[in-house]
Ligand binder design. Structure first.
Ligand SMILES: [Fe+2]
Length: 229
């Protein structure tokens, strides 16, 4: 995260307690949401041709699906366990804004079971196309409206309320809760079809050693695996 001089420490560039989040900090959330929409479009295509694919393609679909569903699940867990609580503590006298966070949690609580229902449908090779298509439609309807709602109402609150220090601390705490195999998927997943500018934003946020691991290990390995189609 880039150093932003503040009024409290204008000459040193040190991040003080009140350093606001940078646009790049939030841009990573936007890039992640774009990755979810990218995979939402892949799921919509899956709904059209489901049941006609070979076993090989079905396996590739499952690999892509698991990358998407686990990334989405982890993202919601991090928001519910780490991001919203930091904000709630500052919103005691703002019921309308607290209601936005309640809505975010309620929407997550609908999406996770929809992910599970689709997971079961993909696991059952007897499940017919209409059933799978119905579950994909159910999930995508929930997901699209949730992403739009979060960007419209929660993102402005995040940038208003969460300081850069809190962001760093909660990012660190949430990474500790993930397995190494999950962490190894995050940057390649985010950057799968990112623009050069997006790649720069994400890689700049990583410590130099992690950037190297991404470049020479995680990303090449991710690219080698057939996904979705
Ligand atoms: Fe989100």
């Amino acid at each position: 995260m880039a150093d932003v001089p503040t009024q409290e420490a204008p000459m040193t560039g040190t991040r003080t307690r009140s350093t606001p989040l940078t646009e790049d900090d939030l841009e990573i959330m936007r890039i992640l949401h774009r990755a979810f929409r990218r995979d939402g479009a892949r799921l919509a295509r899956t709904a059209e041709r489901y049941g006609t694919e070979s076993e090989e393609v079905h396996d590739a679909l499952l690999v892509g699906w698991h990358g998407f569903s686990s990334s989405l699940h982890h993202h919601h867990t991090i928001e519910d366990a780490h991001i919203w609580p930091v904000m709630r503590a500052k919103l005691a006298d703002r019921p309308d804004d607290l209601a936005v966070l309640d809505a975010m949690e309620a929407e997550h609580a609908l999406i996770d079971p929809a992910l599970e229902r689709l997971e079961h449908a993909f696991d059952d090779r007897e499940a017919d196309r209409d059933e799978v298509a119905g579950r994909i439609e159910e999930l995508l309807t929930l997901l699209r409206s949730h992403l739009d709602h979060e960007e419209r109402d929660a993102f402005p609150l995040i940038s208003e309320l969460v300081t850069a220090q809190e962001w760093q601390a909660l990012t660190k705490a949430s990474m500790k809760e993930l397995r190494l195999s999950d962490i190894a998927q995050i940057s390649p997943y985010l950057l799968e079809d990112a623009s050069p500018a997006e790649v720069r934003v994400v890689l700049d946020e990583l410590p130099a050693p992690v950037r190297l691991v991404h470049r020479f290990w995680w990303n090449p390995r991710y690219q080698r695996v057939r996904r979705w189609e």
